[in-house]
Design a protein around this ligand. Structure first.
Ligand SMILES: Nc1ncnc2c1ncn2[C@@H]1O[C@H](COP(=O)(O)OP(=O)(O)O)[C@@H](O)[C@H]1O
Ligand SMILES: O=C(O)C1=C[C@@H](OP(=O)(O)O)[C@@H](O)[C@H](O)C1
Ligand SMILES: [Mg+2]
Length: 217
């Protein structure tokens, strides 16, 4: 079992909104790992960040992503920071991964009114958002098989674009990035899914586990 599409991107790129619309279009279920973390912990994301700290949230998130990749066959939206985990990036290999990109101004506009994102609740959310984009853009591109710019398009239009570019349902877990059809002109082709398995931290448990035959997990 493998999700039809996994949606990644910065906060405010529309992963949760577009992911749900995409699932409706495809006639499949929708799941969001942020919701899974909240359900499992029985607390809000802000509460987990404040009480336990970001590392605890990241561990819960990593577990939630691993479980959802194994269990869910619809559309799966990740939290914006999920790709920070090298184990998660390895697990995303072989999946159809949609990177919803958003520019800084629009991303800040979309997230600005919400207090639900603890990372952006500090004294200078603009600087935080910029630093976050700078650090994460290469990671989103590392895992993506498709990149869609969302600055100029509403959620429904973005969902339609993604649905059109997704590979037809194949019944296999393997997704080979087809650069000629699934990548936007804005994608740097050389950065798509081209990193080595051994880029994990030395104490990363993922490096101690065998990589199962048949690709993704
Ligand atoms: N393409 C878009 N155009 C305009 N607003 C959008 C778009 N995508 C999402 N939004 C809005 O931005 C906000 C954040 O969207 P959300 O789906 O929660 O993003 P994410 O899950 O990536 O953080 C919501 O208010 C949503 O309605
Ligand atoms: O970017 C991040 O580090 C985070 C993004 C949030 O999800 P969205 O990207 O869906 O807002 C949520 O997982 C948490 O607040 C941390
Ligand atoms: Mg979200």
């Amino acid at each position: 079992m493998s999700p039809r599409a996994v949606v990644v991107g910065p906060p405010g790129s529309g992963k949760s909104t577009v992911g749900r619309l995409l699932a409706e279009r495809l006639g499949v279920g929708f799941r969001d790992t942020d919701d899974d973390v909240v359900a499992r912990a029985g607390r809000s994301i802000s509460d987990i960040f404040t009480t336990d700290g970001e590392p605890v949230f990241r561990r819960l998130e990593e577990e939630a992503v691993a479980a959802a990749l194994a269990e869910h066959d619809g559309v799966l939206a990740l939290g914006g920071g999920a790709v920070l985990s090298s184990a998660t990036r390895v697990r995303l290999r072989g999946h159809a991964v949609v990177f919803l990109n958003v520019g800084m101004a629009e991303g800040i506009r979309r997230t600005g009114l919400s207090t639900a994102r603890p990372l952006l609740a500090g004294v200078n959310p603009r600087a935080t958002y910029k630093a976050l984009l700078d650090a994460r853009l290469p990671l989103y591109r590392e895992v993506a098989t498709m990149e869609v710019d969302t600055d100029q398009a509403g959620p429904d239009e973005v969902a339609a674009t993604v649905a059109r570019r997704l590979p037809a349902e194949s019944g296999t877990d393997e997704v080979t990035p087809d650069r000629s059809t699934v990548n936007d002109a804005s994608v740097n082709d050389t950065s798509v899914n081209d990193t080595s398995v051994n880029d994990s931290a030395p104490n990363d448990p993922i490096t101690k586990e065998p990589f199962p035959e048949g690709g993704a997990r």
